[in-house]
Structures are given as structure tokens and as C-alpha cells.
Design a protein around this ligand. Structure first.
Ligand code: ADP
Ligand code: ZN
Length: 610
């Protein structure tokens, strides 16, 4: 073992309590520690932070400067570092000038190893930073510098001045999402010199993937409430398209007895901060949010992410679901999607600066949503990763779609569309087919059509699914310019006349919109039975510890750490230090309480809880 590797490993054990590096980490650390620039592309949860934190620790002198886009994120990171015994601080506009001065003074005196700062602040204070002994720059969420990325932030472009101001200091750029174009842009804008590039695997096999075609609002709420109930001590995120959507979902969930908070750009910074704190601290388990939420959220016990609307591209989607299961334990990603989403997204994309690129990205996202093949293969192939076998952990792998001769079924729908003079959208069509007693139907005289009620044997969700399939197959098309009314295509006419037959995939039975017991069991299968009780008990101890020292629970110990503790059941401090994720500082601070809990558990055989 090289000397550097030995030192790096011993710091990893002492401060973080980890025994080995994850793929890619050491190579990046070695490059940066030897003064080389680096680009690190790893999925969310892959372990990017250690790639710049360890080189800063390895440097004998000086301080690593970390550029990060959000204050909440900086605070979370510094709090986590300090809890591990690593001196860290953040400089930002929410602090008084006095506090910032104090932090600078501490940094110049060599009492801070990692200093977090927002991009505009760094450039504003560039003279003060020049006075510091800077060991490295880490640019987190580096894709924000590129217009090709999906989250361009003008503040970031000023970072191209770094290289001139600090010619000898290595720069490491980190991001969870960057296609080839964005990657090249990061390198050129930051002026990186033949950087070491690490492109990690994007596979997150612990996240199960599912998608459902437009369940109605009640079904969605029931679904989400079920999901939350299955993970009673963990958290989840519900992503909505609009602020209004997030607010109404939040209210609806409250109505279903599920406490939740909102998070979107229409709230004041203070309100958002309050929501975030409540969520991070575990006081509230569900957040209903727009895309404004989540960048860099390192909360390890987010167990599920539900999208109520389809995102505009796969990068955003993958990044958003990547917030679940960061501890590597089983997690779930569920996408609800409807044609209305596609229409809305098309409008966004066509009005955006790069409509061609964005339309193409949207098309790929839509294909994912509608896919009847392994969803993980679609995602990974999008990021350029070859995969020759199915994942076994998505809806399409678990329940391959069954096909049937759908000619007669399609004829019913096609005939209804023709008889209304191609004047109706999907919703009205389903209501006509199912013979719904509604005033809008009577008013239009649709209740007198011969096709009224011919499809009353199927549920709303089922018709919805079949009509979506008919759109995908090209029997129907949606006239976006005519308020999304349905038209029958020439192919549809041939099927209607009976000169061609078609196959449809069986719509998943509607009960599966509700979670089934066996699925729930599969989702939780990462925890062996014998340890589950103890694991839950340790979680309750963690909650108590977190409360008493004013920290978010996941910063005390992650779920993965508690699970390892439940498996190993250490009886003394040395044993405790063997647990993955228990470093020296945390062992000293929290160890006695957890050892006491483990001792109680042994004595009572798990009968008495707390
Ligand atoms: P990213 O920034 O890439 O999203 P993080 O750096 O926040 O990911 O790491 C995700 C989680 O993995 C954290 O809880 C972190 O402590 C843990 N982790 C990172 N490196 C290791 C390692 N070598 N061994 C075990 N856990 C690790
Ligand atoms: Zn699959």
C-alpha cells in the first residue's frame, strides 16, 4: 500500500468510521492531493463529498474552499463535518459581516479545514480568499456552470475567474448529472488543465422503479398515504409540477391524515427554510415540492419519491429520484404521468431558449414513462451505460405486460370518437364509454349516442390506460392546437373498419395502484427479520439523541450505520468503532447511549422497547 493510500484510509476510518473507499473515490483523492484538477461525475449518493473532503484533510496546511449553490446545503454539510470532528464553516449572506470576519480569521489561522461559500460570495470576497492558504477548490453541482445543463445558474459563470486568481490551486468539479456536452463545457469554463476524470456508474439498483398512467387525484393520494404508512419512521418526497399543485397536494395529504409541508419558489426564503428544517429534522415526514426542492439534500432516510407529473427530461428525473435511498437500502421511485403533462411540457420546451434540444429530451422522458421494457435499462442507456440484462427491480421486470387482442375494445373507443365528430378529449371520451351520468355529457347530447356506456365494464383507470396505448400505437392522435381533442388517424380508421387487428397490453389491475402486501415485503427485504426490531429500536434512540442535541437524526447516524449496528450488536466501544459509519468523534459523543440501548436489548431480549 502506498503511503498516501494508508494515510487516506486512516483518516477515513478516524473521521467517518468507514473502512474502505467506494469506487472512484481514492483515485480522485490521489489526483487532487497531488495537485491535479479533477472532474467527478457520480450519481447522487455515490459519495462525492469525500472526494474533496479527504484531500483537504490530507493537506498539511491550508483550507479547502467548497463552492455550493444553496445556503441550506452548506449548513447541512458543515454540520455533518463538525459532527465528525472536522473543523468546517460556511460564509454566506445570511451571516452578519462580523461572523464572516470571524470565520475568515479562523481560516487564516489554520483552524478551519473546509470552508463553504456561494459562488457570488467567493468572487465578491476574492481578495480575502487570496489571503488564505487555499489547498483546493471544490465546485459542487458543477453542471450549473453550463447552459447545456438542465440547471444553469448565471452566478456560476463568474467561477471562470478562479483559475486566473488562483493559478496553482487544484480545482475539482463535481456533479451528479452531466452529458458529454455539459462535461466538456465544465472543463473549458473552469479552465481545468488535463483534469483526472471519473465517470461513475449511474446504477442505483436499490431504487425500485414504477410508472402509472394518470391515476386520478383520489387514487394518487391513497397511494402516497399507503407508501408513507409502509415506512412509518422514514421520509418521502412528492414532486409536483406547479406551486399550486404542491400546495393542493399538501392539503390533500393532510386531509388523509398525513402531515406534510410544502416547498416551492413561491414561498419566502424564511418559509422555505422552515419547511426544510422540519423535514430534515424528521418532524414532518413528507414534503410536497416543486423542482426548487432537493439539490444536494443529503438526508439518508428518504425512502420514496413520487412524481405527480412527468419531468421534462431524464437528467432531472434521475437526479430527483436519486434523493431516495442514499444509504443504499431499498427505496422506491414512482412516476404518475398523463397526456396533460406531455402537453404542458411541450409548451415549456418550445418556449425555452433551446427548443430543439429540450423537445428531444422531453421525447426521451416520455418514452421512459410509457415504456413496457425494463425501465432501468432505459435510464442507464440514456447515461451511456451498457446493460445487457433486465434489472428485476422495476414494474416491467416484475410484471411483464401481457398482451391481448384489443381490436374490439379499440373499436368501441374509435367509434365513440367518430360519433362525437372528433370533438372530445380523453376524459370526456372515457366518461362517454363508461356511461357516466354527468351534466356536461347530457348537455352535449352524448348520452344519446349508440356508444354511450358500451365500455361500462372497465374502470376509468383502465380506459385511460388503453386510450394512452392507442395514442402510442398511432390509432388516435391528440390535436394540441384544438384543446387536446382526439382525432382518429388513417391507421385508426382501418382498425375501426375491421381491416386490421391490434394488440394491447393488459392494463395492470387497479388494485395494484394500491400497494399489495407482498410488494411491500419485497420493498423492505433489505433488512433481515431478526434485526428489524432492534433496528427500529435504535432508530427511536437516534430520534431521542437527535432531539436532545438539536441535530437532524440522519446526521447522528445514517440508517445504514444503524442497520450495521443492529447486525453486529457491539458490546463495547471497540466493537462500536467496527460499525460502518462510526468514527472516533461520534463514538465518543453518542457511543455510550447506543451501547446502553444495545445492552438493554440483550437483557430484555427485545421485549421491552425503550
Ligand atoms: P453525493 O454527494 O455524491 O450525493 P455523499 O457524499 O453525500 O454523496 O455520500 C452519500 C452517502 O454515502 C453519505 O451518507 C456518505 O457518508 C456515504 N459514504 C460516502 N463514502 C462512503 C464510503 N467510502 N463508505 C461508506 N459510506 C460512504
Ligand atoms: Zn427492470
Amino acid at each position: 500500500m502506498t503511503e498516501l493510500r494508508g494515510r487516506a484510509l486512516s483518516l477515513l476510518g478516524r473521521f467517518y468510521g468507514y473502512r474502505s473507499f467506494r469506487p472512484g473515490q481514492y483515485e480522485v483523492i490521489e489526483a487532487v492531493a497531488s495537485g491535479r484538477d479533477a472532474v467527478v461525475i457520480m450519481p447522487t449518493g455515490g459519495g462525492k463529498s469525500i472526494c474533496y473532503q479527504l484531500p483537504a484533510l490530507l493537506a498539511e496546511r491550508g483550507c479547502g474552499i467548497v463552492v455550493s449553490p444553496l445556503i441550506a446545503l452548506m449548513q447541512d454539510q458543515t454540520q455533518g463535518l463538525v459532527a465528525n470532528g472536522i473543523p468546517a464553516a460556511a460564509i454566506h449572506s445570511n451571516r452578519s459581516e462580523e461572523e464572516n470576519r470571524r470565520i475568515f480569521a479562523a481560516a487564516s489561522a489554520g483552524r478551519i479545514k473546509l470552508l463553504y461559500v456561494s459562488p457570488e460570495r467567493l468572487l465578491l470576497d476574492v481578495e480575502r480568499f487570496r489571503m488564505l492558504d487555499v489547498s483546493l477548490f471544490a465546485i459542487d453541482e458543477a453542471h450549473c456552470i453550463s447552459q447545456w445543463g438542465h440547471d444553469f445558474r448565471p452566478d456560476y459563470t463568474a467561477l471562470s475567474a478562479l483559475r486566473d486568481n488562483f493559478p496553482g490551486v487544484p480545482v475539482v468539479a463535481l456533479t451528479a448529472t452531466a452529458d458529454r456536452l455539459t462535461r466538456a463545457d465544465i472543463v473549458s469554463q473552469l479552465g481545468l488543465r488535463s483534469p483526472y476524470c471519473y465517470l461513475g456508474s449511474f446504477d442505483r439498483p436499490n431504487i425500485s422503479l414504477r410508472a402509472y398512467v394518470s391515476p386520478d387525484k383520489r387514487t394518487r393520494i391513497r397511494f402516497i398515504a399507503d407508501l408513507a404508512r409502509r415506512y412509518p419512521s422514514d421520509s418521502g418526497v412528492v414532486y409536483c409540477l406547479s406551486r399550486k399543485g404542491a400546495e393542493s397536494m399538501c392539503k390533500a395529504l393532510e386531509g388523509a391524515g398525513l402531515r406534510s409541508v410544502c416547498y416551492h419558489a413561491g414561498m419566502t426564503a424564511e418559509e422555505r427554510d422552515r419547511s426544510l428544517r422540519a423535514f430534515l429534522a424528521g418532524d414532518v415526514r413528507v414534503v410536497c415540492a416543486t423542482v426548487a426542492f432537493g439539490m444536494g439534500i443529503d438526508k439518508s432516510n428518504i425512502r420514496w419519491v413520487v412524481h405527480c407529473n412527468m419531468p421534462g427530461n431524464i437528467e432531472s428525473y434521475y437526479q430527483e429520484i436519486g434523493r431516495a435511498g442514499r444509504d443504499g437500502l431499498p427505496a422506491e421511485a414512482v412516476l404518475f404521468y398523463s397526456y396533460a403533462d406531455v402537453v404542458m411540457r411541450r409548451n415549456f420546451a418550445s418556449e425555452s431558449g433551446q427548443s430543439e434540444v429540450n423537445m428531444e429530451k422531453l421525447a426521451r422522458m416520455q418514452a421512459y414513462a410509457e415504456a413496457r421494457v425494463c425501465r432501468r435499462r432505459i435510464l442507464l442507456s440514456y447515461f451511456g451505460e451498457e446493460r445487457s440484462c433486465d434489472c428485476g427491480n422495476c414494474d416491467n421486470c416484475r410484471r411483464p405486460p401481457e398482451r391481448f387482442d384489443g381490436t374490439v375494445l379499440a373499436q368501441k373507443a374509435l367509434s365513440a370518437v367518430m360519433r362525437t365528430g372528433q370533438q372530445v378529449g380523453v376524459k370526456m371520451l372515457v366518461n362517454i364509454l363508461r356511461g357516466a351520468q354527468r351534466s356536461d355529457i347530457r348537455l352535449a347530447g352524448y348520452d344519446r349516442l349508440p356508444t354511450f356506456g358500451v365500455g361500462s365494464d372497465l374502470l376509468y383507470e383502465e380506459w385511460n390506460d388503453y386510450i394512452t396505448q392507442m395514442l402510442q400505437l398511432g390509432l388516435l392522435e391528440m390535436a394540441y392546437e384544438r384543446g387536446n381533442r382526439l382525432n382518429v388517424t388513417p391507421y385508426g380508421m382501418r382498425v375501426l373498419r375491421g381491416s386490421e387487428r391490434i394488440e394491447l397490453s393488459v392494463c395492470p389491475p387497479p388494485q395494484s395502484y394500491k400497494m399489495k402486501k407482498e410488494q411491500a415485503a419485497v420493498a423492505c427485504s433489505g433488512v433481515p427479520d431478526a434485526d428489524t426490531g432492534l433496528f427500529e429500536y435504535l432508530k427511536s434512540v437516534r430520534t431521542e439523541v437527535a432531539r436532545s442535541c438539536g441535530m437532524p437524526p440522519y446526521l447522528v447516524f445514517s440508517d445504514a450505520t444503524l442497520l450495521d449496528m443492529a447486525r453486529r450488536r457491539p458490546t463495547d466501544m471497540l466493537g462500536l468503532l467496527e460499525v460502518n459509519g462510526v468514527g472516533e468523534k461520534k463514538a465518543a459523543r453518542f457511543g455510550p447511549r447506543f451501547l446502553r440501548a444495545l445492552a438493554e436489548w440483550r437483557v430484555t431480549g427485545g421485549i421491552k422497547k425503550g
